[in-house]
Design a protein around this ligand. Structure first.
Ligand code: CP
Length: 303
Protein backbone atom coordinates (compact mmCIF):
# COMPACT_ATOMS: atom_id res chain seq x y z
CA UNK A 1 0.00 0.00 0.00
CA UNK A 2 1.26 3.48 -0.92
CA UNK A 3 0.14 7.01 -0.08
CA UNK A 4 0.33 8.80 -3.43
CA UNK A 5 -2.84 10.82 -3.92
CA UNK A 6 -5.37 9.83 -1.21
CA UNK A 7 -7.83 9.24 -4.10
CA UNK A 8 -7.50 5.47 -3.69
CA UNK A 9 -7.85 5.52 0.12
CA UNK A 10 -11.30 4.81 1.52
CA UNK A 11 -12.97 7.18 4.03
CA UNK A 12 -12.46 4.50 6.69
CA UNK A 13 -8.73 4.30 5.99
CA UNK A 14 -8.34 8.09 6.20
CA UNK A 15 -10.37 8.30 9.41
CA UNK A 16 -8.41 5.42 10.93
CA UNK A 17 -5.11 7.30 10.39
CA UNK A 18 -6.61 10.50 11.83
CA UNK A 19 -7.86 8.69 14.96
CA UNK A 20 -4.54 6.87 15.36
CA UNK A 21 -2.65 10.18 15.01
CA UNK A 22 -4.80 11.77 17.74
CA UNK A 23 -4.08 8.76 19.96
CA UNK A 24 -0.33 9.01 19.23
CA UNK A 25 -0.38 12.71 20.17
CA UNK A 26 -2.15 11.86 23.43
CA UNK A 27 0.03 8.86 24.41
CA UNK A 28 3.36 9.00 22.52
CA UNK A 29 5.10 6.56 24.87
CA UNK A 30 2.81 3.72 23.80
CA UNK A 31 4.38 3.86 20.32
CA UNK A 32 8.07 4.28 21.29
CA UNK A 33 9.20 1.02 19.71
CA UNK A 34 6.47 0.54 17.11
CA UNK A 35 8.93 0.87 14.19
CA UNK A 36 12.03 -0.55 15.87
CA UNK A 37 14.74 -1.42 13.33
CA UNK A 38 12.75 0.07 10.45
CA UNK A 39 14.32 2.57 8.06
CA UNK A 40 12.68 5.33 6.04
CA UNK A 41 14.46 6.89 3.05
CA UNK A 42 13.40 10.52 2.56
CA UNK A 43 14.35 11.89 -0.84
CA UNK A 44 13.87 15.56 -1.73
CA UNK A 45 14.01 17.31 -5.09
CA UNK A 46 12.58 20.47 -3.51
CA UNK A 47 13.02 22.37 -0.27
CA UNK A 48 11.10 21.44 2.87
CA UNK A 49 10.90 22.28 6.56
CA UNK A 50 7.83 20.48 7.91
CA UNK A 51 7.79 17.38 5.74
CA UNK A 52 11.43 16.61 6.39
CA UNK A 53 11.36 17.39 10.12
CA UNK A 54 8.06 15.63 10.84
CA UNK A 55 9.00 12.36 9.12
CA UNK A 56 12.54 12.29 10.52
CA UNK A 57 11.39 12.99 14.09
CA UNK A 58 8.48 10.55 13.65
CA UNK A 59 10.84 7.71 12.75
CA UNK A 60 13.15 8.49 15.70
CA UNK A 61 10.25 8.68 18.16
CA UNK A 62 8.82 5.39 16.85
CA UNK A 63 12.15 3.63 17.44
CA UNK A 64 13.22 3.57 13.78
CA UNK A 65 15.61 5.54 11.63
CA UNK A 66 15.23 8.04 8.77
CA UNK A 67 17.86 8.96 6.21
CA UNK A 68 17.74 12.21 4.28
CA UNK A 69 18.70 12.11 0.61
CA UNK A 70 19.08 15.31 -1.35
CA UNK A 71 18.11 14.26 -4.90
CA UNK A 72 20.90 16.41 -6.37
CA UNK A 73 23.58 14.48 -4.50
CA UNK A 74 22.30 11.03 -5.51
CA UNK A 75 22.51 9.06 -8.73
CA UNK A 76 18.79 9.60 -9.29
CA UNK A 77 20.06 12.65 -11.18
CA UNK A 78 21.78 10.55 -13.83
CA UNK A 79 19.95 7.20 -13.89
CA UNK A 80 16.46 5.84 -14.42
CA UNK A 81 14.09 6.56 -11.51
CA UNK A 82 12.85 2.97 -11.58
CA UNK A 83 16.33 1.44 -11.45
CA UNK A 84 17.43 3.59 -8.55
CA UNK A 85 14.16 2.90 -6.70
CA UNK A 86 14.53 -0.87 -7.25
CA UNK A 87 17.84 -0.62 -5.41
CA UNK A 88 16.62 1.77 -2.69
CA UNK A 89 13.61 -0.34 -1.81
CA UNK A 90 15.86 -3.34 -1.14
CA UNK A 91 17.62 -1.46 1.68
CA UNK A 92 14.81 0.43 3.44
CA UNK A 93 11.29 -0.34 4.68
CA UNK A 94 9.57 2.75 3.29
CA UNK A 95 10.30 5.67 0.96
CA UNK A 96 8.99 9.21 1.36
CA UNK A 97 9.63 11.36 -1.71
CA UNK A 98 9.12 15.04 -2.47
CA UNK A 99 9.45 15.14 -6.25
CA UNK A 100 8.57 17.82 -8.77
CA UNK A 101 6.81 15.59 -11.31
CA UNK A 102 3.91 13.33 -10.43
CA UNK A 103 5.00 10.96 -13.21
CA UNK A 104 8.34 10.38 -11.42
CA UNK A 105 6.52 9.65 -8.18
CA UNK A 106 4.32 7.10 -9.97
CA UNK A 107 7.38 5.49 -11.56
CA UNK A 108 8.96 5.25 -8.14
CA UNK A 109 5.86 3.61 -6.66
CA UNK A 110 5.68 1.11 -9.54
CA UNK A 111 9.29 0.06 -9.05
CA UNK A 112 9.32 -0.02 -5.26
CA UNK A 113 9.06 -3.17 -3.14
CA UNK A 114 8.11 -1.05 -0.14
CA UNK A 115 5.44 1.60 0.51
CA UNK A 116 6.01 5.00 -1.09
CA UNK A 117 4.68 8.19 0.51
CA UNK A 118 4.13 11.31 -1.58
CA UNK A 119 5.80 14.13 0.35
CA UNK A 120 4.23 16.66 -2.09
CA UNK A 121 4.48 16.77 -5.87
CA UNK A 122 3.04 19.11 -8.49
CA UNK A 123 -0.46 17.59 -8.14
CA UNK A 124 -0.98 16.28 -4.60
CA UNK A 125 0.04 16.76 -0.97
CA UNK A 126 -1.80 13.95 0.84
CA UNK A 127 0.27 14.10 4.06
CA UNK A 128 -0.74 17.73 4.47
CA UNK A 129 -4.44 16.95 3.95
CA UNK A 130 -4.36 14.24 6.64
CA UNK A 131 -2.76 16.66 9.14
CA UNK A 132 -5.35 19.31 8.19
CA UNK A 133 -8.24 16.93 8.83
CA UNK A 134 -6.74 15.84 12.14
CA UNK A 135 -6.56 19.51 13.16
CA UNK A 136 -10.20 20.13 12.19
CA UNK A 137 -11.26 17.01 14.11
CA UNK A 138 -9.32 18.12 17.19
CA UNK A 139 -10.61 21.69 17.10
CA UNK A 140 -14.26 21.12 16.16
CA UNK A 141 -14.72 17.57 17.47
CA UNK A 142 -16.06 16.22 14.18
CA UNK A 143 -15.49 16.24 10.43
CA UNK A 144 -18.95 15.62 9.04
CA UNK A 145 -20.76 18.81 7.98
CA UNK A 146 -17.88 21.09 8.98
CA UNK A 147 -17.69 23.97 6.46
CA UNK A 148 -14.19 24.63 5.15
CA UNK A 149 -13.41 27.34 2.59
CA UNK A 150 -10.13 27.19 0.67
CA UNK A 151 -9.12 30.59 -0.76
CA UNK A 152 -6.14 30.90 -3.08
CA UNK A 153 -4.63 29.30 -6.14
CA UNK A 154 -5.99 25.87 -7.10
CA UNK A 155 -2.84 23.80 -6.53
CA UNK A 156 -1.58 20.48 -5.13
CA UNK A 157 -2.64 21.34 -1.56
CA UNK A 158 -6.11 22.32 -2.78
CA UNK A 159 -6.47 19.04 -4.70
CA UNK A 160 -5.60 16.90 -1.68
CA UNK A 161 -7.81 18.96 0.59
CA UNK A 162 -10.75 18.41 -1.78
CA UNK A 163 -10.15 14.66 -1.74
CA UNK A 164 -9.70 14.47 2.04
CA UNK A 165 -12.70 16.68 2.82
CA UNK A 166 -15.16 15.07 0.42
CA UNK A 167 -14.20 11.59 1.62
CA UNK A 168 -14.74 12.47 5.28
CA UNK A 169 -17.93 14.54 5.01
CA UNK A 170 -16.33 18.00 5.34
CA UNK A 171 -18.15 20.49 3.10
CA UNK A 172 -15.45 22.21 1.09
CA UNK A 173 -15.88 25.36 -0.98
CA UNK A 174 -12.97 26.60 -3.07
CA UNK A 175 -12.43 30.22 -4.09
CA UNK A 176 -9.66 29.92 -6.66
CA UNK A 177 -9.43 32.67 -9.29
CA UNK A 178 -6.22 31.06 -10.54
CA UNK A 179 -5.43 27.42 -11.26
CA UNK A 180 -1.96 25.90 -11.62
CA UNK A 181 -1.93 24.11 -15.00
CA UNK A 182 0.36 21.36 -13.71
CA UNK A 183 -1.97 20.60 -10.79
CA UNK A 184 -5.15 20.06 -12.80
CA UNK A 185 -6.94 16.74 -12.22
CA UNK A 186 -10.34 16.58 -13.94
CA UNK A 187 -11.13 13.13 -12.55
CA UNK A 188 -10.56 14.36 -8.97
CA UNK A 189 -12.96 17.29 -9.45
CA UNK A 190 -15.61 15.07 -11.06
CA UNK A 191 -15.40 12.59 -8.17
CA UNK A 192 -15.65 15.44 -5.64
CA UNK A 193 -18.69 16.92 -7.40
CA UNK A 194 -20.49 13.59 -7.18
CA UNK A 195 -20.23 13.59 -3.37
CA UNK A 196 -22.28 16.81 -3.07
CA UNK A 197 -19.74 18.14 -0.53
CA UNK A 198 -17.70 20.22 -2.99
CA UNK A 199 -18.52 23.65 -4.39
CA UNK A 200 -16.53 26.38 -6.08
CA UNK A 201 -17.30 30.09 -6.29
CA UNK A 202 -15.59 33.46 -6.70
CA UNK A 203 -17.87 35.19 -4.20
CA UNK A 204 -15.32 35.20 -1.40
CA UNK A 205 -17.29 37.41 1.02
CA UNK A 206 -20.32 35.17 0.89
CA UNK A 207 -18.21 32.00 1.09
CA UNK A 208 -16.56 32.94 4.39
CA UNK A 209 -19.77 34.08 6.11
CA UNK A 210 -20.82 30.77 7.64
CA UNK A 211 -17.47 28.95 7.32
CA UNK A 212 -16.04 27.09 10.31
CA UNK A 213 -12.57 27.11 8.79
CA UNK A 214 -10.91 29.35 6.21
CA UNK A 215 -7.74 27.95 4.63
CA UNK A 216 -5.13 29.46 2.35
CA UNK A 217 -1.79 28.61 0.76
CA UNK A 218 0.97 30.37 -1.16
CA UNK A 219 0.03 32.02 -4.45
CA UNK A 220 3.35 30.94 -5.98
CA UNK A 221 4.74 27.38 -5.78
CA UNK A 222 7.85 27.04 -3.61
CA UNK A 223 10.18 26.24 -6.51
CA UNK A 224 9.26 29.54 -8.22
CA UNK A 225 8.94 31.91 -5.25
CA UNK A 226 12.51 33.26 -5.40
CA UNK A 227 13.13 32.47 -9.08
CA UNK A 228 13.95 35.71 -11.00
CA UNK A 229 12.49 34.11 -14.17
CA UNK A 230 9.12 33.94 -12.40
CA UNK A 231 9.21 37.59 -11.19
CA UNK A 232 6.69 38.92 -13.73
CA UNK A 233 4.26 36.05 -13.17
CA UNK A 234 4.59 36.52 -9.39
CA UNK A 235 3.69 40.21 -9.72
CA UNK A 236 0.75 39.39 -12.00
CA UNK A 237 -0.53 36.79 -9.55
CA UNK A 238 -0.14 39.16 -6.61
CA UNK A 239 -2.27 41.82 -8.35
CA UNK A 240 -4.97 39.31 -9.25
CA UNK A 241 -5.04 37.54 -5.88
CA UNK A 242 -4.78 40.51 -3.48
CA UNK A 243 -8.60 40.93 -3.21
CA UNK A 244 -8.62 37.34 -1.89
CA UNK A 245 -6.07 37.90 0.88
CA UNK A 246 -7.19 36.51 4.24
CA UNK A 247 -7.30 39.55 6.51
CA UNK A 248 -9.41 41.17 9.22
CA UNK A 249 -11.65 42.97 6.73
CA UNK A 250 -12.51 39.78 4.83
CA UNK A 251 -13.36 37.95 8.06
CA UNK A 252 -15.23 40.77 9.81
CA UNK A 253 -18.60 38.95 9.56
CA UNK A 254 -17.15 35.45 9.96
CA UNK A 255 -16.29 33.43 13.07
CA UNK A 256 -14.05 31.04 11.13
CA UNK A 257 -10.77 29.64 12.36
CA UNK A 258 -7.84 30.13 9.99
CA UNK A 259 -5.50 27.49 8.61
CA UNK A 260 -2.42 27.62 6.36
CA UNK A 261 -0.18 24.68 5.49
CA UNK A 262 3.01 26.84 5.66
CA UNK A 263 5.44 28.20 4.59
CA UNK A 264 3.49 31.46 4.78
CA UNK A 265 4.10 34.66 2.88
CA UNK A 266 2.94 37.40 5.23
CA UNK A 267 1.08 40.26 3.52
CA UNK A 268 0.50 38.17 0.39
CA UNK A 269 -2.08 35.38 0.88
CA UNK A 270 -2.56 36.20 4.58
CA UNK A 271 -2.04 39.24 6.81
CA UNK A 272 0.26 39.15 9.83
CA UNK A 273 -2.62 40.36 11.97
CA UNK A 274 -4.63 37.21 11.18
CA UNK A 275 -1.64 34.92 11.68
CA UNK A 276 -1.14 36.37 15.16
CA UNK A 277 -4.87 36.44 16.02
CA UNK A 278 -6.91 34.07 18.19
CA UNK A 279 -8.50 32.68 15.04
CA UNK A 280 -5.27 31.18 13.80
CA UNK A 281 -4.73 27.45 14.38
CA UNK A 282 -1.83 27.42 11.94
CA UNK A 283 0.93 26.40 14.34
CA UNK A 284 -1.13 23.57 15.84
CA UNK A 285 -1.88 22.46 12.27
CA UNK A 286 1.84 22.39 11.45
CA UNK A 287 2.64 20.61 14.74
CA UNK A 288 0.13 17.94 13.76
CA UNK A 289 2.30 17.03 10.76
CA UNK A 290 4.42 15.08 13.27
CA UNK A 291 1.57 12.98 14.69
CA UNK A 292 0.08 12.30 11.29
CA UNK A 293 3.50 11.36 9.89
CA UNK A 294 3.57 8.73 12.64
CA UNK A 295 0.01 7.66 11.88
CA UNK A 296 0.79 7.32 8.17
CA UNK A 297 4.00 5.35 8.80
CA UNK A 298 2.24 2.96 11.16
CA UNK A 299 -0.60 2.47 8.70
CA UNK A 300 1.79 1.64 5.85
CA UNK A 301 4.35 -0.39 7.79
CA UNK A 302 2.14 -2.35 10.14
CA UNK A 303 -0.43 -3.61 7.62
N1 CP B 1 3.48 22.24 4.41
C1 CP B 1 4.64 21.66 4.04
O1 CP B 1 4.67 20.62 3.35
O2 CP B 1 5.76 22.26 4.54
P1 CP B 1 7.21 22.07 3.94
O3 CP B 1 7.16 22.48 2.48
O4 CP B 1 8.10 22.95 4.75
O5 CP B 1 7.58 20.61 4.05
Amino acid sequence: MHLLTLKDWSPAQIEEVIEQSIEIKRSPNKFKTALKEKSLAMIFQKTSTRTRVSFEVAMTQLGGHALYLDWRTTNFTLADVKDETRYLSRNVDCIMARLIRNSDLNAMAEASRVPVINGCDEKYHPCQAIADLMTVKEKIGKLKDVKLVYIGVHNNVCNSLIVGCTKTGVEITTVTPLKNEHSLDKELIEAAEKTGSYKTTLDVKNAVKDANVVYTDTWVDMEFFLDPKFKEEKEKRTRLMMPYQINKELLKHSGAMVMHDMPMHRSYEISSEIIESERSIIYEQSENRLYTAKGILLKLLQT
